[in-house]
Design a protein around this ligand. Structure first.
Ligand SMILES: Nc1nc2c(ncn2[C@@H]2O[C@H](COP(=O)(O)OP(=O)(O)OP(=O)(O)O)[C@@H](O)[C@H]2O)c(=O)[nH]1
Length: 383
């Protein structure tokens, strides 16, 4: 064999050995066993705890369950008007004291009677009721002759109470009938205080020991449903609401169905009060009522009127009475008005009893209306 060939063979052999030496570890790695099999099952371990805070008494932290807001105990309704009578101070000054001052004049001439008339009209008593009242007072002061302050006060009180028709039934038909919850429908223009009044009425009912479901059928204003939910939460009542812009009638229907399932005493339904279009309003309210009545009867329809909007409120109120069969009036914001005579005017012109009055923004500032107590507050003295 040629020496060159021998050298080439040796070099080739050496290269082969070198290549084998380099590839061997890689091949060993490729054939390595799969990762370790999981250890046998053990009971689940608690998550590792954060190291305790420094200090000898530190305890390990644990998550607190969410805390529901405390359920409030509303004030009883009896005597609320008496408690809130100071809120009528503005009306007391403008109407009560004004009239008493005028009638105690020595000479009640035509000018004096004109002033009495103006005082009554200025307090929103309305023309018809003012004419009646002045005629009655003229007659009685004539018969009475000389008048002591007490006699005058008693006479005025009797006449004001009489013109408030104390014989009207002012009880709220909000209770179960024929095995179904009472249904209270709240209507009125926006801003009159409907949503607030729904909340306050729910409290009145809860205060009297009844259970309530609230229906947020004012789907026009999203905040109204939130507002209602807050009122409900405070007294532990349930609220049924729909999506913003949902059909108010369907929300009202769901609320009534839920109230029936839960066996509550009353379902209180808030509505939107857009007045820009009378036909639209009548259609909407009419439909809400019709749809509810597929299931059960609406036992009370309350018209909420803002006392501070005066005679204008009456014009709007009439639209509602044409749309639905209103059974009672709630006069809100009487605390902010010097025109307490609106109670007389509203009742007289609508022919519907005032059942509740709002005397403030506090949760229990809604009182069952009582003519004698109201007149006593106006004139300042015991009923
Ligand atoms: N001072 C006073 N404020 C009241 C009374 N009742 C309601 N309000 C206030 O009137 C404002 C309007 O009340 P809401 O209940 O939102 O009126 P609403 O009729 O539901 O209004 P919409 O939802 O827009 O139709 C709120 O700020 C209430 O706190 C009351 O008797 N006295």
């Amino acid at each position: 064999m040629e020496p060159v060939v021998v050298v080439l063979l040796v070099v080739g052999l050496l290269l082969l050995l070198l290549g084998a030496a380099l590839l061997a570890p890689r091949l060993r790695r490729r054939q390595a066993p799969p990762p370790e099999a999981p250890p046998p099952a053990t009971p689940p371990q608690p998550p590792p705890q954060a190291p305790p805070a420094a200090g000898p008494t530190a305890e390990p932290t644990t998550a607190e369950p969410p805390v529901a807001p405390p359920v409030e105990q509303p004030e009883p309704t009896a005597g609320r008007l008496v408690r809130l009578r100071a809120r009528l101070a503005r009306s007391e000054n403008a109407l009560g004291r004004g009239l008493l001052g005028l009638l105690s004049r020595d000479r009640l001439d035509e000018d004096a009677w004109e002033e009495v008339e103006e005082t009554l009209l200025g307090a929103d008593v309305g023309v018809a009721a003012t004419t009646d009242l002045v005629a009655r007072l003229r007659e009685r002061t004539r018969v009475l002759g000389t008048r002591s302050a007490d006699e005058l006060r008693a006479m005025l009180s009797e006449e004001l109470v009489a013109v408030l028709a104390p014989e009207l039934d002012r009880t709220l038909a909000a209770h179960r009938v024929d095995g179904a919850p009472g249904v209270l429908l709240m209507v009125g223009v926006n801003g009159s205080g409907k949503t607030t009044t729904c909340g306050k009425v729910a409290r009145v009912l809860v205060a009297d020991g009844h259970s309530v479901v609230l229906g947020a059928a004012d789907t026009f204003r999203a905040a109204a449903a939130d507002q209602l939910a807050t009122w409900a939460g405070r007294v532990g009542a349930e609220v049924v609401r729909g999506a913003e812009g949902a059909d108010p009638a369907s929300v009202a229907f769901d609320a009534v169905r839920r109230g029936a399932e839960a066996g509550v005493e009353t379902v209180v339904i808030d509505t939107a009060g857009r007045l820009q279009n009378k036909v639209g309003l009548m259609d909407e309210l009419g439909k809400v009522k019709r749809v509810i009545e597929k299931r059960t009867r609406v036992t009370e329809t309350l018209l909420v009127i803002d006392a501070t909007t005066g005679q204008n409120a009456l014009t709007q109120a009439k639209v509602f009475t044409e749309a639905v069969d209103v059974t009672g009036v709630v006069l809100t914001k009487l605390d902010g008005s010097a025109k307490g005579g609106i109670v007389i005017g509203v009742q007289r012109q609508l022919g519907i009893p005032v059942k509740l009055v709002g005397l403030g923004e506090g949760p229990d500032d809604l009182a069952p209306f009582d003519p004698k107590q109201f007149v006593a507050a106006l004139l300042g003295g015991a009923p």
